[in-house]
Every structure is written in C-alpha cells, then in structure tokens.
Design a protein around this ligand. Structure first.
Ligand SMILES: *[C@@H]1O[C@H](CO)[C@@H](O)[C@H](O)[C@H]1NC(C)=O
Ligand SMILES: *[C@@H]1O[C@H](CO)[C@@H](O)[C@H](O)[C@H]1NC(C)=O
Length: 335
C-alpha cells in the first residue's frame, strides 16, 4: 500500500513538472498558463489561485465550465478541457498586476488535491526620450541633454556614446524605482557649453532585457547663442548681404535710418539688400539687424550716390561710432 501511494505521487509530480513552468511575457501580451495532469483517477474540479490570495479566483467544473469567483475577467480564457485533464488558461492584455505566482489545483477522486505552482514574470519595455537642455554659450559646466528610459522592468541601461568628444563631456545617471516595480533611468550629459562642442553628434543608447533590440537615439549637441558679430558683405555690383553666426540661425531685418525704404528702388530679401537703380533718393544709412531668441546685433552701411550726370555709386565708409562695413567706390556703375 505504501509503495502504491508513493508511485501515484511521483507520477503526478512528474506529470505536473513537465507541463508547468515559469512564463515571461511583455506588458500587453498574451500567455498560456499551462496545467495538465496525467492520471487514471477521475477529476472533480480544476481550480486556479494567485498568491497572496488563498481563495480560488477560478474554478472549473465538468457540468458548469469555468466559474469566476471575484468577477469575470475576460482576459482569462479556459483553453483546456476536462476530458484531457487539462486546466490550462490563456491570459491576454497582461498588466503589471498580473505578475506573480499562480497555482493550478486538480481535485481528484479518490486521490485528493494535486497542484503545480508557476511564476508569471512581466517585462516592461521602457519609454525612451531625449531632451535638449538648451545650453547657452558659457564657461561653466551645464547639462547639455537628458536621455530617459522610463518605466522599465527590469531596469534599462542608458549610455552615451560621445566619440571624439572624450572628456569634454561626462554623463551622470539617476535611477528611480516606482511602486509598481518599474524603474526609470535618466542619464544627463554634462559639459562646458563652448562653440567647439556645438553641432557635435552624440548618441544615447538604451538596452534592456525587456527590449527586443537596443535603441539608439542620436543627438546633435546644440549650444545656443545670440548673433556674435554682424558683417555686411558686398555680394554683387548692386547688392549687399548681411552675415552673422548665431544659434539658432538669425533672422535679418534691413531698415533705413530715419527714413522709410524706397519701395521702387530697393529690394530686401532675407539677408540681402539690393539697389535696383542708382538715384540720389537712396542716400542714407542702412541698418542690418540680426536677431534670434537669445539677442540681437546690428551693423550699418552708408550709401551715397554722387554725380547726377554719371549717377555713380560711391561708398562713404564707416560712419563714426558705427560698426559698419566699408564699401569701396565702384566707378562705372550706371543707373
Ligand atoms: C485587449 O485589448 C484590446 C485593445 O485595447 C481590446 O480591444 C480587447 O477587447 C482586449 N481583450 C480583452 C480580452 O480584454
Ligand atoms: C509604473 O509607475 C510609473 C510611476 O508612477 C508610471 O509612470 C508607469 O506608467 C507605471 N507603469 C505601468 C506599466 O503601469
């Protein structure tokens, strides 16, 4: 008799061990909680329990089928059947709270209960993002950009690939644990905001067990500054172009000192000022202003059209006290 009982138990345990097993699923996914028994006993009930609860949340009886005890959760579907002594469940739209230890219990006659325990592990891929911290030109170390892998389970790894920038930049990492078991990893890249590191390409690389592949977020370092110096270049016989260095790119505004622009003889297009005909009504001071979010700078040219007969265009150079651009006389420019 003793031997018989022992044989029965080992068979049951063996059978359950084969079909049980831990599951690892990605948030929102679907899994099967397998539970199958090989026995010659008859089954009166199959039931499911989830720790720490000590009550069943689902019982399956041959006559009635599955019965939910704490409200019908449609995400659990009984996919086994009594005939095959299969109590397997399919769980879909998996959430974080589904994680845990499940017990599948077969009630046998006359053998009593046998059960198997399985663990459902959840993977939550992080939500990745990269933020430009909009550093402005300076000499003190500041944060340049922040890379974030939010709500990951298990925690994600966040790294910066900074190539040849080497020690001009350095990352600092910060890890926050959430009550729901996920982790947010933030890596901030620090550096002195110089023009030298402006426009340099770096990469934030996020890896983790919950991700099917690593995620690479390229980032061009931006150091923001107001227009540095405005120069006015002569771009052709009759036109001038205003040039500056600024980030973001400067917008240019041409205006005429104390007078309105002569509409019919002057054309302004972005950075360019063009004189369409050379008449003395053009005479005067013209200002080019370069501006962006961070500031503005300007420069001037002085225009003087001489000789009514020849209508020659002559430059007058830098007016006193103005940061102007010299315009050398160009004989032979006809009106
Ligand atoms: C699972 O989620 C999808 C999309 O939100 C929904 O359409 C579907 O009804 C859900 N299924 C169950 C069984 O809850
Ligand atoms: C986990 O908690 C964090 C912080 O409250 C939240 O942002 C995140 O969306 C949660 N994740 C899930 C999968 O519910």
């Amino acid at each position: 008799m003793l031997l018989l009982v022992f044989t029965f138990l080992s068979t049951a345990v063996e059978a359950l061990r084969v079909i049980g097993g831990d599951m690892t699923v990605v948030l929102g996914g679907t899994t099967i909680l397998p539970c199958k028994l090989i026995t010659t006993d008859s089954i009166t009930q199959i039931s499911w329990r989830k720790e720490p609860q000590t009550d069943n949340f689902l019982t399956i009886l041959p006559a009635t089928g599955p019965l939910f005890l704490n409200g019908h959760d449609k995400r659990f579907q009984f996919i086994g059947n009594f005939k095959d002594i299969n109590g397997s469940l399919q769980l879909s739209n998996i959430t974080l709270t589904d994680e845990g230890t499940y017990t599948c219990i077969f009630t046998l006659f006359p053998g009593g209960d046998v059960h198997t325990v399985m663990h459902l592990n959840l993977l939550v891929p992080p939500v990745t993002s990269l933020k430009d911290n909009r550093p402005t030109l300076g000499t003190e170390e500041v944060s340049l950009a922040t890379c974030m892998a939010a709500g990951s389970k298990p925690p994600a790894k966040v790294q910066w690939l900074t190539g040849t920038l080497g020690e001009k930049v350095r990352p600092t990492n910060n890890v926050t644990q959430h009550a729901n078991g996920t982790t947010t990893t933030v890596s901030t890249l620090f550096g002195v905001p110089t023009r030298e590191i402006n426009h340099r390409l770096v990469k934030c690389v996020v890896t983790g067990a919950a991700m099917s592949k690593e995620e690479s977020l390229p980032f061009t370092i931006q150091i923001y500054f107001s227009p540095i110096e405005v120069t006015i270049n002569r771009s052709s016989e009759d036109s001038f172009e205003c040039v500056t260095e600024a980030n973001p790119k400067a917008a240019f505004t041409w205006s005429r000192s104390e007078q309105s622009m002569p509409q019919s003889t002057v054309r302004v297009e972005g950075a360019t000022l063009q004189f369409l005909s050379m008449t003395s009504d053009l005479n005067g001071l013209y200002q080019c202003e370069a501006s962006n979010l961070y500031g503005r700078k300007h420069s001037y040219i002085y225009v003087h059209v001489t000789s009514e007969i020849a209508a020659k265009l002559i430059d007058i150079g830098k007016p006193m006290g103005f940061c102007g651009e010299a315009w050398t006389p160009t004989p032979g420019v006809e009106s």
